[in-house]
Design a protein around this ligand. Structure first.
Ligand code: PLP
Length: 451
């Protein structure tokens, strides 16, 4: 169907009549109508009215290679003609799924040699939850089934993911919380650090894990899960002392460590994985989004030796998987995505050039009257909107202020996300210095409008 023949009102009307959107207040959306995106190229999107917007969020933190990469489209098309689908259950595989598993083993940290495929970040997280519990059952310790996560963490919106994550609003709407999940404080120095230095606070926040392990009983704890940088929580960058201490605690109590790399994975922080940026070695990594630059839904759990050995040698059949685990078309796109990341040295560019440039230029916001802290790594950043810079007092209606800023951006050619009272940027990794300048100029103009 050629969408250009129809008006924006047509699409808005159809959408209003039939489409329920994720994470959206349908009633208020219906009053305004959706903005209909129609095409994209590089870091830019166009809507049905012909307006051009710079995508400062890479879609939903996922279009790492930017829009319009023909190689990814060709890879999908070739694979669709060759073998559009065959599953990886029941003693079969397909070539892209197998090749991708091998490639992931190459780019993942040493010791992570096995991939379990799924389709979304939420499914990868569910897989990790079931996998760590299966691991402990196979080890003869089935009572080790509690998974510890953090307040304000986001681990997807499946039934388990919503309970495992630390988003209060999602817990409320769950009606019944699932047992077996515990939440500790997040490492949010600006808000909770008081008089401590960031490094001192990092240790305090990590030791909340030890306290919780002791309160629950170490013999009951299966795993700890965390995003290297909390993304949807507003880009909460932990102090450098945090992750090594978490690692020490997990090692001490024999607890599995899961890095949720759904946002940080595939170059966002200037390394293949966020856990490398923060210097820790997880037992499992969940990944999605940047794995295919969002061109096809695909996700995986990378499994380190400890868990893989037990799953292979002792577990018997693991009753888990999805029809589309290892989907050949999605896998073909992910393979091509990884090839481009490597050949064009895109992650190196984030580490050495665009990442440092972006982080340095971002500091102009530190002077902005609306902004408290400005933090980030590589090509991801967050800034908190404050009522009083000196006292760090937050707005009572922080998320309304955030939404106002986001709307100014949206009407002025920039997609910048508001996560409550934190404004977030996470552009495609192919963004140039000139485009970074344009993005930050626009962001400043829009914050000025809101100030
Ligand atoms: N984990 C993290 C860290 C995420 O940021 C997200 C999504 O933003 C998910 C899991 C869930 O991924 P999906 O939306 O693909 O289910």
């Amino acid at each position: 169907m050629n969408h250009m023949n129809k008006s924006t009102e047509y699409w808005q009307g159809l959408d209003r009549a039939h489409h329920l959107h994720p994470f959206t207040d349908a009633k208020s959306l219906n009053e305004k109508g959706v903005r209909v995106m129609t095409k994209a190229d590089g870091v830019y999107l166009w809507d049905s009215e012909g307006n051009r917007v710079l995508d400062g969020m890479a879609g939903l933190w996922c279009v790492n290679l930017g829009y319009g990469r023909k190689e990814l489209v060709d890879a999908a098309q070739r694979q669709m003609l060759e073998l559009p689908f065959y599953n990886t259950f029941f003693q079969t595989s397909n070539i892209p799924a197998t090749e991708l598993a091998g490639l992931l083993a190459e780019v993942a940290p040493a010791g992570m040699k096995h991939a379990f495929f799924a389709n979304s970040g939420s499914e990868a997280v569910d897989t990790a939850i079931r996998m760590v519990r299966r691991y402990w059952q196979a080890e003869g310790l089935p009572e080790r089934n509690v998974i510890i996560s953090r307040n304000n963490a986001y681990h997807g919106s499946s039934v388990a993911g919503a309970c495992l994550g630390g988003m209060g609003a999602m817990h409320e709407q769950s009606g019944l919380m699932m047992p077996g999940f515990e939440h500790i404080m997040q490492p949010y120095w600006y808000q909770d650090g008081g008089d401590l230095s960031p490094e001192e606070f990092g240790l305090v926040a990590a030791r909340a894990l030890e306290e919780r392990i002791l309160a629950v009983g170490p013999e009951k704890v299966a795993a700890f899960i965390g995003e290297p940088i909390q993304g949807a929580g507003g880009v909460i960058v932990p102090p450098d002392s945090y992750w090594p201490e978490i690692q020490r605690i997990c090692n001490q109590y024999g607890i599995l460590l899961i890095a949720d790399e759904v946002i940080c994975g595939f170059g966002r922080t200037g390394n293949w994985f966020g856990s490398q940026t923060f210097g820790f070695t997880p037992d499992l990594m969940t990944m999605a989004k940047g794995m295919s630059s969002g061109y096809m839904p695909i996700s995986a759990v990378m499994v380190g030796e400890r868990v893989a050995n037990t799953l292979i040698e002792k577990s018997g059949e693991f009753y888990h998987g999805y029809t589309y685990s290892g989907h050949p078309v999605a896998a073909a796109v992910a393979i091509e995505n990884i090839r481009i990341l490597k050949e064009e040295r895109i992650i190196e560019r984030v580490a050495e050039d665009t990442g440092p440039y972006f982080q340095e230029k971002l500091q102009i916001f530190a002077e902005h009257p609306l902004v408290g802290e400005v933090v980030g790594r590589g090509l991801v950043a967050g800034m908190v909107l404050v009522k009083d810079k000196k006292t760090r007092e937050l707005y009572e209606n922080g998320s309304d202020v955030g939404t106002m800023c986001r709307n100014h951006c949206f009407s002025n050619g920039l997609i910048m996300r508001a996560c409550g009272d934190r404004m977030v940027l996470s552009p495609p990794l192919i963004i140039s210095r000139a485009e970074i300048d344009e993005m930050l100029d626009k962001a400043k103009y829009c914050l000025d409008l809101a100030a």
